[in-house]
Write a protein that binds this ligand. Sequence first.
Ligand code: ATP
Ligand code: MG
Length: 426
Amino acid sequence: MRYQKLKGMVDILPGESEHWQYLEAIAQQVFSNYQYHEIRTPILEQYDVFARSSGDSSDIVSKEMYDFEDKGHRHVALRPEGTAGVVRAFVENKLFGPDQTHPYKVWYKGPMFRYERPQSGRQRQFHQIGVEALGSDRPELDVETIVMACDFLKKLGLVDYKIVINTLGDQPTRKAYHEALISYLTPLKAELSADSQERLEKNPLRILDSKDEHDQELVANAPSILDYLTSAAQDHFQQVQQLLKALDIDYQIDSNMVRGLDYYNHTIFEIMLTSPAFGNKEMTLIAGGRYNGLVEELGGPQVAGVGFGMGVERLLLVLEQQQNSLPTLSRPDIYLVAVDEQTSLAVSKLLAQLRWQGISAERDYLGKKVKAQFKQADRLQARFTLTIGEQELEQQQAQLKRMQDGQQTTVDLSNLADLIAKIKKG
Ligand code: ATP
Ligand code: MG
């Protein structure tokens, strides 16, 4: 039996994981500046948290979910996205209550699961970092999330992105637009892809999101939702734009943009980037929007929400392609070389003492000869080596070698503080 990871799943190995830590640390810093705090919710949830009674008609929920019955015959699912779980936690923990600060602002990171066809930038287990702000329907909050997303990208050194926004309006907007879409698409039904023919019955808005090229040609001339906005929806969208302009944030409007999940309304946005990492095609890195009905759908009070999610793998593909100075494996400050078995014990002791003092230190564990130990120190890019032989032990003195230029200094082995000071000086 040859064991393999499942299709669409990826191991993140040392060397690569440093890039993840770097990206996550920047996310944490930036989000913290905007007063978003980390939330950790379970990866496994009740199936209904994602499907809900309304029956989300998106591909993500209806086709791509990893759902199954657990041993207690509960219908459960690996989360395909972060928002529904956060909102479930918000309702269950009564975070809408008076003892909390509102809007309640959180961010999360972690794996998501979608049964999709794996390809570059598309996996079955992938990772998102996302934010949610619950408890205000003001356009300032929509814009805050967009600004924060841009700030994050800038801190990563990504600046040539494109922001695309749209509005899905409110309930009456959606109802009027739904009818207009049906009138436009019904005569074209035979020409639509099989998937979209089905969508015409369930949720015609989804057809705008079709990946089928002919569908895309057909919807290019579809009525625009912007012509069906109620005055309240119009107003909200105008204010969002006004704020973006005031902050000098360039954006485009794509009235055919919908999002991959049904719960969105009002402002939606995507931040896209063209990169050689995607064969110079445009890819969405960050996507989000408002979801004012979701808290109620999950059994909570009428509380508005807005947020976004981003694909970590896709971001890293771009960063790695740009070869921005991404961190690599951490190097040891010092490598202790034991000349023979007799000094091995002393080396272990010194190693432990150095580590206890916060020095990153390493030694040989394979019984290698001195020359091979030096080779290993080079491989690890140790900043210093310290060679300890019997004579050195007797005299309590050893040679500290700075690897970068070969400079050697004699150190007193009984004076740990001095050795540490020398290592720290570099
Ligand atoms: P797409 O249209 O590319 O399928 P989506 O609408 O399904 O995207 P969202 O649900 O909005 O994507 O997820 C937000 C981000 O998560 C995406 O912009 C993308 O960067 C990332 N993402 C989504 N699905 C995958 C996947 N299968 N593998 C890797 N990253 C993904
Ligand atoms: Mg998708």
